[in-house]
Structures are given as structure tokens and as C-alpha cells.
Design a protein around this ligand. Structure first.
Ligand SMILES: [Zn+2]
Length: 121
């Protein structure tokens, strides 16, 4: 499992990407590196608060979690419910926020991931 080290930077970049729902769990996300091809992100919400994702980009193909497209897709879903997300590399960082916590993993490698906190607004 690969994790991005500069998660805040990736989140900032994700805000520029256009996202379109194909169905409730599948989104097309604009690719900045390849204008002709969008990426497809799938999101599964597990009952235990785990969020399992997959993306068609190269990072995700090699089991990388939390690519810029996945973050854009998750923020898109959250925004529709009036929520804002933050992403954290450690559980301690996430717990310090005292907000609802989700655990983001790759659908083919769910044992290692990053944490998401969600707040209103
Ligand atoms: Zn991706």
C-alpha cells in the first residue's frame, strides 16, 4: 500500500477537479495530466466506518490509496450532504479533531489506509 505523504497538498489540488456521478457509488473525475481521459472512482461505505475506494489512475492501479481523484470524489459526495472533509495520515491526528471519523482504504488492500474527519459546513 502506498500513501501520499503530502495529503494536504493533494486535497488542495483535488478541489480544482470536476466530478460527475455516474451512479451513487461511481464518479467520473477530471484528469489534469490527461485531458482526454477522465478517471473513474468507485466508493464503498462499509458499516464499520471504513470507506473502500478504487480509481483507474496509475497510483490507484498499484494499490495507492487517496489519489487526488479519490479525494475529489469523496469531497463531492460530502458536499452534497453539506459536509466538509479533512484527511489525516494517522489515527491520532484524526481523533484530535473530535469529529466523525472514517477510515479510507483501497478496495484491494484494506489493511492500510488514512483517516477522514467530517464536519458540517
Ligand atoms: Zn486516481
Amino acid at each position: 500500500m502506498k500513501k501520499p505523504k503530502l495529503i494536504k497538498k493533494i486535497q488542495a489540488r483535488s478541489r480544482d477537479l470536476k466530478v460527475m456521478n455516474i451512479n451513487p457509488s461511481t464518479m467520473l473525475v477530471e484528469s489534469k495530466s490527461d485531458d482526454l481521459n477522465n478517471h473513474t472512482v468507485t466508493v464503498q461505505f462499509m458499516p464499520n466506518g471504513e470507506v473502500r475506494t478504487n480509481c483507474t489512475c496509475e497510483w490507484s492501479t498499484f494499490k495507492g490509496v487517496a489519489c487526488v481523484h479519490t479525494l475529489a470524489a469523496l469531497e463531492h459526495l460530502a458536499a452534497r450532504k453539506g459536509r466538509t472533509l479533512s484527511f489525516w495520515l494517522t489515527e491520532d491526528d484524526a481523533k484530535r479533531q473530535k469529529q466523525r471519523i472514517f477510515y479510507l482504504t483501497h478496495e484491494r488492500d484494506p489493511d492500510d489506509g488514512i483517516w477522514i474527519t467530517s464536519r458540517a459546513g
